[in-house]
Design a protein around this ligand. Structure first.
Ligand code: BTN
Length: 261
């Protein structure tokens, strides 16, 4: 019998100072991101962790939905950046790196597909959706496939879980505590130039995308390129076939060829 999400167990495992010091747990909710945004508007503090056992209308990037089956971990962190709002995209990079490190600590050979999908053995273990509120806070939603063995037919070829990547079941409360422990110093580094430069380097070292040939699906155009790096906000720099350098901030990127991590 695999462990269930338990706010008390999480509190006992926490090593963080700010993240997860306030936990809001609901057995069932539509979306932890929507809940975190509502709590943010009511003044909930930085680091508030919103969790649920079942999410019925999980939101994915680019207006997609997010499957939240049995075995999935759905969580959102409420972040109040101590730096100017235009730097908030730094949290996208920090969150991807923190979750990737946490999943590696759980034994998965996890790497990051730009901007913030976490894959192992070519399969997506985690998706991240950051939503900024006009009042300045950010809802960082993290969906991790923890203990699923199977997936619906439409994603069966591309989705994986910590269980399928490592061959054993995981306690979701451990996974949460690890994610918070990895993310806390990275979120703090987002407000510091030297710290953020080091963070970008660490992200690039775990990137599946940088150095690879990619196909870019941008609004209104589609082209082949090579991913060559990240700009200071974490946007992808690509060298388009034919020579021109572009910065990609939106749209989809597919990696060409096999993903062999
Ligand atoms: C993606 O499209 O890859 C991002 C998926 C993000 C899903 C998580 S699950 C917890 C949080 N609540 C949501 O409604 N979405 C995010």
């Amino acid at each position: 019998m695999t462990a269930r999400i338990d706010p008390q167990a999480i509190k006992e495992k926490l090593t963080t100072e700010t993240l997860g010091r306030s936990v809001v747990f609901r057995e069932e909710t539509a979306s932890t991101n929507a809940d975190a945004k509502a709590l943010g508007r009511q003044g909930a503090p930085h680091g508030t962790l919103v969790l649920c056992a079942r999410q019925t209308a999980g939101r994915g990037r680019r207006g997609r939905s997010w499957l939240s089956d049995e075995g999935a971990l759905c969580m959102t962190l409420l972040l109040r950046p101590p730096f100017p709002p235009e730097l908030a995209p730094r949290y996208i990079v920090a969150c991807a790196l923190g979750v990737c490190r946490a999943l590696r600590a759980c034994g998965a050979s996890a790497r990051i597909k730009w901007p913030n999908d976490i894959l192992a053995n070519g399969r997506k273990l985690c998706g991240i959706l950051l939503e900024a509120d006009a009042s300045g806070f950010v809802a960082a939603g993290i969906g991790v496939n923890v203990n699923q063995r199977d997936f619906p037919a439409d994603i069966a070829g591309t989705a994986g879980s910590l269980l399928t990547a490592t061959g054993r079941a995981h306690d979701p409360n451990d996974v949460i505590a690890r994610i918070l422990a990895e993310c806390e110093p990275l979120f703090a580094a987002c407000g510091d130039e030297a710290g953020y430069a080091a963070l970008l380097e660490s992200y690039q070292a775990l990137s599946l995308t940088i150095g690879r040939r990619v196909r870019i699906f941008a609004p209104g155009e589609e082209y082949d390129a090579k991913a060559v790096g990240l700009d200071p906000l974490g946007m992808l720099i690509v060298q388009r076939d034919g020579g021109e350098t572009r910065v990609v901030g939106a749209g989809d990127v597919t990696i060409r060829g096999a993903i062999d991590n």
